[in-house]
Design a protein around this ligand. Sequence first.
Ligand SMILES: C[S@@+](CC[C@H](N)C(=O)[O-])C[C@H]1O[C@@H](n2cnc3c(N)ncnc32)[C@H](O)[C@@H]1O
Length: 239
Amino acid sequence: MADTRPRTLYGRRRGKPLRPGRRDVLERLLPRLRIDVAGYQGRVLEPRELFDETVEAVWLEVGFGAGEHLSALARAHPHIGFIGCEPFINGVARLLADVDQHGLGNVRVVMDDARILLDCLGQGSIGRAFLLFPDPWPKRRHNRRRFVVPDNIAAMANVLADGAQWRIATDHMDYCRWILDHMTRSAQFSWLARRPADWRTRPDDWPPTRYEEKGMEAGRPPVFLGFERRRRIQPVKQP
Ligand SMILES: C[S@@+](CC[C@H](N)C(=O)[O-])C[C@H]1O[C@@H](n2cnc3c(N)ncnc32)[C@H](O)[C@@H]1O
């Protein structure tokens, strides 16, 4: 059931005016590829039904920025459906330019706050989730704006299938500690790292993003954190 409480989105929805080419692609593709989450208030959104072709699973990226990670994965996995969630219109326009260029039929977009989407999605309906370089909100009084907070962890746990991965990257060490602290306290997730190389090295199937490159240039090496949604406990059937 959708949550109707008002949400405050911390961050920009608009940047510089769009170039005519980007505006054109946005106007052409967005009406067809956009998921209007407001229309799902009170209804469950079954993500596989959003795609024209049958998809094996649906993966979700929260805050995709310019969309390079999402676009690379959508090209590499044509039988997976992808939902990208990004309220910043300039980022959405960049992703859609890629979707157009590569003729991707397996991408859908929510141009809004991911928390609204999480409230609509069916339980266990997402096969993998990504949160890459989320805004770190470094000032102590702003820490509660961070995406990785107990309410959002619980909402993500609800929509992820048993055994699904949630991949999170950051180059902000205080946020890294915060993420590990919150995620390892959650009963629904386990951290997959076994040795330092597991979080220091980006896996081969994890495409880089613009923010990762910016961080590297500024001398901030990122961490790559993989968490697994623990299996739900099945109720014991009475004989
Ligand atoms: C620091 S940028 C990182 C962008 C991209 N993931 C990358 O690595 O290049 C964080 C992004 O998260 C988006 N964002 C912030 N809060 C969000 C929310 N509640 N739901 C969805 N996206 C959000 C912002 O608009 C911004 O584009």
